[in-house]
Design a protein. Structure first.
Length: 278
């Protein structure tokens, strides 16, 4: 599933290309791509048509296209979704689920091989907060300080890996970047959140930020499906420290990286650098 760095890469790609363009129409090739609460593809197309794209933003793993009239088109890529910019007369991809025409002849295509992605239209009838409900703080915001993370961790009594995957705890992190952040912080994925000392919290904060910024600078991690707005793969896979490197030597100590399952997710760590205290 695309995580914060992948979604941020697509956002940055589109921001400079489609801001100011007017949506002139659209169509759905898979009606269930229109997500609840409205879940009405006809109403969604009617709602966005004629509106100017004023900004392209990101909230957690959601893309938010701010439209004129205080409306928005919200895109949740989920597992295999892609939001692609297409020049006029470009051929559609095989997994095209929805398309939006722009006033310069270009198009936005939403492609989704496994059909889990969703599009939402929000205005007065459906509030944006309703679609983006229960999301935690943004880990790259200035307000997400070490003290903020400390207060969040000490208020919970949970294993670190499942807690960091919880979007209501911290928004935008997923399996890849949680493993990378925990390795950078030298913390075992099964450590209890309320057991961390301040220096460990500081390392975790630094690890989260560093892992995410590396992912953004390398235009995301492509393991299989992720592509940017131009259809290109991300380059961060070659920079990963532990994720999907089981059996390979740790970049710090040289011992083999281990894989276990935590919260039903494959989890990668170095047992030497990330020991679990008794």
């Amino acid at each position: 599933m695309p995580e914060l760095p992948e979604v941020e890469t697509v956002r940055a790609d589109l921001q400079g290309r489609i801001t100011g363009r007017v949506i002139t129409g659209g169509q759905f090739l898979w009606d269930r791509t229109a997500g609840r609460p409205a879940a009405d593809p006809v109403a969604l197309i009617r709602g966005v048509t004629g509106r100017r794209i004023e900004a392209v933003e990101r909230r957690a793993k959601f893309l938010v296209l701010r439209l004129s009239g205080e409306a928005a088109l919200v895109v949740h890529l989920r597992m295999t979704g892609r939001l692609r910019f297409r020049e006029a007369a470009a051929l559609p991809g095989k997994a095209l689920r929805a398309a939006f025409m722009l006033d310069d002849g270009s198009e936005l295509h939403f492609e989704d091989q496994r059909k889990f992605g969703r599009l939402y239209f929000t205005d007065g009838a459906v509030a944006l907060d309703e679609v983006l409900a229960r999301l935690g703080p943004e880990p790259l915001d200035e307000a997400f300080t070490r003290d903020t993370l400390r207060d969040l961790l000490r208020a919970r009594r949970a294993q670190l890996k499942p807690l960091l995957l919880n979007q209501s705890f911290v928004a935008g992190l997923g399996n890849i970047y949680v493993d990378e952040a925990l390795f950078r912080a030298r913390l075992h994925p099964l450590r209890r959140s309320d057991s961390l000392e301040q220096d460990e919290i500081d390392r975790l904060h630094e690890g989260i930020v560093a892992a995410l910024l590396q992912g953004i600078s390398n235009r995301g991690t492509t393991l299989s499906d992720y592509r940017d707005a131009w259809g290109m793969t991300g380059k961060n896979k070659e920079r990963l420290l532990v994720f999907r490197r089981e059996g390979k030597p740790c970049t710090v100590c040289g011992k083999p990286i281990t894989k276990i399952r935590v919260a039903q997710r494959g989890t990668h760590f170095c047992p030497t650098c990330q020991p679990l205290p008794k």
